[in-house]
Design a binder for this molecule. Structure first.
Ligand SMILES: Cc1cc2nc3c(=O)[nH]c(=O)nc-3n(C[C@H](O)[C@H](O)[C@H](O)COP(=O)(O)OP(=O)(O)OC[C@H]3O[C@@H](n4cnc5c(N)ncnc54)[C@H](O)[C@@H]3O)c2cc1C
Length: 522
């Protein structure tokens, strides 16, 4: 029996695990594949924070920039908590071996969009990768238990209290229920549901969010999906903001610069998208930075650009377009990071800690996952309650065997493509009531088609098709929550831009969604 089960081995999950273990808790981290296979590894640009007290930058300037970018929707207390704690978090990372890039004797910092100071710490452009490997190494040193290749099928919730989880151990095919005193969802964001139009990996389907919602947790601000202005045109692979921060220009095919590249991401994305809608091509031009600078500071980006666009960014401009990148909304949590279900906590991109509001500042997510991951590990409350876990194991097995015994079998892949395209077109950078109503109906149809499908491989062992199939069901739930919330918000604010409600309401309000609001209708 574990005290705490942490679902997700990204930066949020591992930061939480390290601090909880320090308090003597018996912790296990569950991840659907290998521990370092998480979105955190993909982060290139950096992690924000004021590190030195003898420079111009201060935590209050960081708070000010974050609140401005959030367009009134962030919680000032939590933003202050995060920005004031950043120094200690960065020095902690440094102390456990994070190989930050350095300038002379100091941790180096660079400029990111909408930041008033050069405040983003980094490790070349492998920041997330180095961060996650450093955390994972520390977890190994601390003997933290991992359950790899273990997919969370369901939560065990009784009387509004979470008492454990049911897992599919993919390697063995075993379905097993686990009891614990607290469950932490650290399952990452949902921008991957914009399949084909997202910088995220296909695994970012918002599983924890869908599971929590089904069991009665509230979600908030789900309509706020951040589009990144510079993803590679043919693959949606990200070119980090560090390229614009270093002085990269955005130009159209007439050679015109059409936007201040360092405005907030929502503004730059809209400007890029409007160019594309006019029939113009858009390029990120970093040739003037020179090969030496690019190879030294942006080596990963250079490689990815070569692999996906077959060009050398020191010689040619890079074709780009916006893609879904980050989810500001998620599981609504209180100041202790507890969801509306007792004993069920959420941290990282799957949660809405309300530090990003309507528009996240680049570099603030890596800070959030480390800061609030650690905070939760230090403060989590446990409730030990009785539960008959075998009943839950039987229930989940029965549901799964029903799916596997259905005669008709087909792949959901075309439905995933369809959902991604529809979301990009109708719940994308610009939205309106007509498009949102249309997609609401279309998603119901997709869901109906999905419910007719089964899986031809009926083995439970190593059945990755089954796992992807189940993850698509989570995508559908999350997509409905995004559409529902986008329809409800009749204003334009940050990343949510309504062509039919272009103005912003005087008062900023959070939006909420519950399972009853989006339940599948036949
Ligand atoms: C390309 C890219 C570049 C980025 N660059 C930056 C940057 O420079 N700076 C910045 O601040 N932010 C950046 N971000 C955002 C940032 O990386 C993420 O918001 C952050 O890493 C999320 O961390 P997390 O721990 O919440 O989740 P993740 O790192 O996504 O981890 C989620 C974990 O949950 C597990 N999981 C999910 N579902 C299940 C399930 N059903 N069962 C079991 N396990 C499950 C996964 O296996 C994984 O281990 C970037 C994002 C991307 C995609």
């Amino acid at each position: 029996m574990f005290d705490i089960l942490i679902i997700g081995s990204g930066g949020a999950g591992l930061s939480c695990a390290l601090e909880a273990k320090k308090r003597g808790q018996r912790v296990a981290v569950i991840c659907q594949s290998n521990p370092t296979n998480a979105a955190t590894c993909m982060a290139q640009g950096g992690l924000n924070g004021v590190v030195y007290t003898d420079e111009i930058d201060t935590p209050s300037l960081h708070v000010k920039d974050t609140l401005k970018s959030s367009v009134g929707l962030a919680n000032e207390d939590r933003v202050t908590h995060m920005c004031e704690g950043a120094r200690e978090d960065i020095l902690w990372l440094d102390s456990i071996g994070m190989p930050f890039s350095r300038k002379k004797d100091r941790i180096a910092r660079r400029k990111f969009g909408a930041a008033s100071q050069d405040r983003t710490t980094y490790s070349q452009d492998y920041t997330g990768l180095k961060l996650l490997h450093t955390l994972y190494d520390s977890c190994l040193k601390e003997d933290i238990e991992f359950m790899n290749n273990s997919f969370v099928l369901d939560l065990i919730v009784e009387n509004s209290t979470c008492k454990g989880v049911v897992l599919l151990h993919i390697d063995t095919g075993e379905i097993k229920a686990y009891k614990c005193n607290a469950v932490v969802l650290a399952t990452g964001g949902y921008a991957g549901i914009y399949h084909g139009f997202s910088t995220n990996a296909i695994e970012s389907t918002g599983d924890g969010i869908a599971l929590a919602l089904k069991h009665g947790a509230k979600l908030s601000d789900m309509e706020f999906v951040q589009f990144h202005p510079t993803s590679l045109k043919n693959s949606s692979v990200l070119v980090s903001e560090s390229a614009r921060g270093a002085g990269g220009f955005l130009v159209n095919d007439k050679g015109e610069r059409f936007v201040d590249e360092l405005m907030t991401r929502d503004e730059v994305s809209r400007a890029v998208f409007l160019q594309i809608q006019k029939g113009n091509k858009v390029f990120l031009d970093i040739r003037h930075l020179g090969n030496e600078y690019i190879s030294k500071n942006l080596p990963q980006e250079k490689k990815l650009i070569y692999i996906h666009e077959h060009l050398d960014p020191s010689l040619e401009p890079i074709p780009v377009s916006p893609a879904a990148h980050y989810s500001m909304g998620g599981i609504d949590v209180d100041e202790n990071l507890q969801s509306s279900i007792n004993g069920l906590y959420a941290v990282g991109e799957c949660s809405n800690t309300k530090v990003h509001g309507a528009n996240r500042l680049g570099g603030n997510s890596l800070l959030e996952i480390v800061h609030f991951g650690r905070y939760l590990g230090k403060n989590i409350n446990e409730v030990s309650l009785h539960v008959e876990i075998e009943e839950h194991e039987k229930r989940v097995k029965k549901e799964l065997f029903k799916l596997l015994s259905t005669k008709k079998s087909d792949t959901f892949f075309p439905l995933r493509d369809k959902l991604g395209l529809e979301l990009f077109e109708k719940v994308g950078i610009f939205r309106d009531k007509k498009g949102l109503r249309e997609i609401q109906d279309k998603v119901e149809k997709i869901h109906n088609e999905y419910n007719q499908l089964s899986i031809s491989d009926t083995n439970l062992k190593d059945n990755y098709w089954l796992v992807s199939h189940l993850k698509f069901a989570n995508s559908l739930v999350v997509a409905k929550a995004v559409i529902y919330s986008a329809l409800k918000r009749e204003e334009s604010r940050g990343a949510h831009y309504r062509n039919d409600f272009k103005n912003m309401d005087k008062q900023a309000k959070h939006s909420f969604v519950e399972y009853e609001d989006i339940r599948f209708k036949r």
